[in-house]
Each structure stands twice: as structure tokens, then as C-alpha cells.
Design a protein around this ligand. Structure first.
Ligand code: 5CA
Ligand code: ZN
Length: 409
């Protein structure tokens, strides 16, 4: 699948700091020390509705990770998937009486437009679940042949007991896992499973649903977690630097993914850090396609809102916080963007060397974007009150805000 065009990332003088980031698995901060090519996998959308502010906030967090790494003069190998066949997509297509392939294509195209407008750097590999199926089948066969998977009425389940590290990503207790499994695509109450938490690897073909020839697995379609594992192992390999997504993916998705990969390879860990963004709510409830309480990026864009203001609104919250979208947040971002643009449009200003270091330090400190914005606010306020004589300062601020925060002034 093709991704979207990359916006240019201006090079800055000096070098950024190594990223210290909160890792869900250890429950604390880790200092990442990637090689010359940092490796990150971020779970992509299930394309049955348009990109809402919650999605945008999560992708914004991982875009910052990339920008911090690029500023340390590393390259980044970024992989993202598109879950272009799964229950919610098929259910929506049936509800709306549309073809599921067309629905997925349309919503993925809109997502690309939104990501481009928001200046999110594209993945190097953008891979759909459907195109990953030929790589998924042999993994499921291997798990089955190793005794890490079993069949139940034609469906194939992963046995969570096959991974001694199962539970070490989310660290939830058994009761919470069972509840979340039921809420998030699992079937803990299905009779005949070895462990209620065991997730499906391969679902036997169902009447009226799409299916693919699975060789020795029979006709069917892949489970959700093995999709991301197959894509990540194929493009990044074990032990990549960051597995990212919203906090609703910690369990079961990232827990199960790690266990699939660890059982397949006998190696640990799947990812060096599991990084999760907070949930964005609207009217007191998590913004979600299933609830329909959504603010769409595309709707705001079509209403004439500058994407840079949308991005600033996202950046004004710490990525790990749960927060609620309001019109006020957007208005504040529009005002801030105006102040910043006015400040960089002057021919000179106060020196910005210290500001660049402040932005770098804030982002390296668990992606503290709100502190980075406050630092730019201070420079803009100084520009407005006293000005300055440094002719390179406005240009440097523009480049730093673009390179590190993805906002074009
Ligand atoms: N296709 C799977 C991942 S493999 C999936 O979860 N798709 S999704 O479309 O439901 O979500 C895409 C990303 O947006 C996920 O990382 C998810 O955690 C995140 N996300 C969904 N809703 C919100 C929200 N309200 N706030 C923040 N992030 C959200
Ligand atoms: Zn995923």
C-alpha cells in the first residue's frame, strides 16, 4: 500500500538528545538507545470511518518520537499497518450496504489526506492486513506445529501459556484481562478454549464474509494481533525500539502481539518499549467510531480550520494524558498560531539558540510537548514586548517548530 507524501524536515544546528520515554511494560521511564536506524511500529487505523481527534492525537505522539530521533541524526524505519479486513469494518459495510473493500479504500485515502495536512511523517512501509495474509499463514502454521496454537471448530487459537512472558506488557491482573478481552474483540466466554484469554489467529471462513485460502489452515481470515506481528517481524524484526498505539491497545492487542512473536522466535522482547498515548474524549466519553461521538480532522479542514492549528491543539496536551476535546482548545490553538506567526514574520528578534535547546529537552523528556509550546510562547512574548537584533532568530524558530513539532509557521 502506498503511504502519503513526506513534508520536509529542516535540519537544525547541533544535535538533539536521546529520548527518555514511559514504557508500559516496565511501568517507568526508559532511555532509548536505538542504532543508526531507529525502528518503530505504530498500529494503524481500521478504516471504516474518518480520522477523529483521538486517532490524530495518537499519531501525533509517534510523529514526535520520529522527529526526536531524526534530530539525533538517526534514520527512522517506521512501519504502520491498515487493518483493512476485520469485524468492525465488515459490520459497518453491511450496516451501510456498501462494499467493504471500497469502504476501506475510501477511508484509508481520507486518512492519508488528514495525515498529510497535519504534517505527520509517513511510514516507510504502509501495509494492509489483506496484503499481509501470505506472510501470516506460515506464522500461524509454525505456531500450531510448535504446539503454541490449537484448533477449535476450524478456528485456530493462540495459547497464551506458550509465552512465559505473557502478561508483562500490560501488567494487568487476570480479571481485568478477561474484561478487556471481552470488550476489545476477544471471546473469553467461548466454550472449548484452553484459556479464556486465548486470541484467534485464524478464523475459519464464515458464510457471507470474505475469506482467503489458508493452505493447511483452511479457508479463512487472519486474527487481529497476528496481523501486526507478521508485518512488524517482516519489516523490522525482533527487538525493535518502539511499539506504539493508544492506551486501549496495551491489552489485548500489544500483549498478545508480543506473546505471538516471542513464542514464534523464542526471543524476548518483541519491542524494547511499549508506548501508549492517552484517550481523547468528547462529552465525557472516549471518542470512538463505535460510539459515534466524533470530531473529524477532515470536517475541521473542510470548515476552513488551518491544519497547523489542529496540530497545535493536539500538542497542547501531554501524549499520555487522557483529555477532552473542546472548541475552546481549538480556539486557543488558533490564537497561539497567530501569535507565533506574527513573531516569526519580523526581520529580527531575540536570540533563539536557547529556545531550540529547550524544545529539544522538553521533547526528550517523555515527549513533553506542552512545555515545548510554553517555551515558544515565551520567545514570542519577548519578541512582541522587546524584540531583538538577532537576524537569524525568526528563521531558526520557524525551522525548529517545523522540524521538532511538525507545525509550519
Ligand atoms: N487497526 C487497529 C490497530 S492494529 C486499531 O486500533 N485501529 S483504530 O482505528 O481503532 O485506532 C487507531 C489508533 O488510534 C490506535 O492506536 C488507537 O489506540 C487510537 N485511538 C482510537 N481511539 C482513540 C481515542 N479516542 N483517543 C486516542 N487514541 C485513540
Ligand atoms: Zn496493531
Amino acid at each position: 500500500m502506498h503511504a502519503w507524501p513526506a513534508s520536509e524536515v529542516p535540519a537544525l544546528p547541533g544535535k538533539g538528545r536521546d529520548l527518555r520515554i514511559h514504557d508500559t511494560a516496565t511501568g517507568g521511564r526508559v532511555t532509548l538507545a536505538p542504532g543508526p536506524v531507529a525502528r518503530i511500529y505504530v498500529c494503524g487505523i481500521t478504516p471504516y470511518d474518518a480520522t477523529h481527534m483521538g486517532h490524530a492525537a495518537t499519531y501525533n505522539a509517534f510523529d514526535l518520537v520520529q522527529r526526536v530521533w531524526l534530530d539525533t541524526k538517526r534514520q527512522v524505519h517506521y512501519v504502520q499497518n491498515v487493518t483493512d479486513v476485520d469485524d468492525p469494518l465488515l459490520e459497518r459495510a453491511i450496516r451501510d450496504g456498501v462494499d467493504w473493500v471500497g469502504l476501506a479504500e475510501r477511508e484509508t485515502a481520507l486518512f492519508r489526506e488528514d495525515m498529510t495536512a497535519l504534517r505527520m511523517l509517513p511510514p516507510k512501509d504502509y501495509i494492509g492486513a489483506v496484503e499481509a495474509i501470505p506472510g501470516i499463514i506460515p506464522l500461524v502454521e509454525r505456531l500450531r506445529d510448535a504446539g503454541a496454537a490449537y484448533e477449535l471448530d476450524g478456528d485456530i487459537y493462540f495459547s497464551v501459556e506458550a509465552d512465559p512472558h505473557f502478561g508483562e506488557v500490560s501488567n494487568y491482573d487476570a480479571e481485568v484481562m478477561r474484561r478487556l478481552s471481552a470488550e476489545r474483540g476477544g471471546d473469553p466466554d467461548r466454550p472449548g478454549k484452553k484459556n479464556p484469554l486465548d486470541p484467534m489467529l485464524w478464523m475459519a471462513a464464515r458464510e457471507g464474509e470474505p475469506s482467503w485460502d489458508g493452505g493447511s489452515l483452511g479457508a479463512g481470515r487472519p486474527g487481529w494481533h497476528i496481523e501486526c506481528v507478521a508485518i512488524a517481524l517482516d519489516h523490522l524484526g525482533m527487538g525493535f525500539d518502539v511499539q506504539g498505539g493508544g492506551s486501549d491497545l496495551a491489552f489485548p492487542h500489544h500483549e498478545m502481539g508480543a506473546s505471538h512473536a516471542q513464542a514464534l522466535t523464542g526471543e524476548h522482547p518483541f519491542a524494547k518499549a511499549y508506548v501508549h498515548a492517552g484517550m481523547v474524549a468528547l462529552d465525557g466519553e472516549k471518542m470512538s467510531k463505535s460510539k459515534g461521538n466524533l470530531v473529524f480532522v477532515s470536517k475541521l479542514r473542510h470548515d476552513g480550520v488551518d491544519p497547523a492549528a489542529i496540530r497545535l491543539a493536539l500538542l497542547s496536551h501531554h501524549y499520555r494524558a487522557d483529555w477532552e476535546w473542546t472548541d475552546r482548545i481549538l480556539q486557543d490553538a488558533v490564537d497561539r498560531l497567530g501569535r507565533w506567526r506574527a513573531a516569526v514574520s519580523r526581520p529580527d528578534g531575540p536570540s533563539a539558540d536557547a529556545l531550540v535547546e529547550e524544545i529539544r529537552e522538553a521533547l526528550a523528556d517523555d515527549l513533553d510537548a506542552p512545555s515545548a509550546l510554553t517555551a515558544v510562547d515565551r520567545w514570542a512574548a519577548a519578541q512582541e514586548s522587546d524584540g531583538g537584533t538577532d537576524e537569524s532568530a525568526p528563521g531558526l524558530v520557524s525551522r525548529a517548530v517545523d522540524a521538532l513539532l511538525g507545525v509550519a509557521l
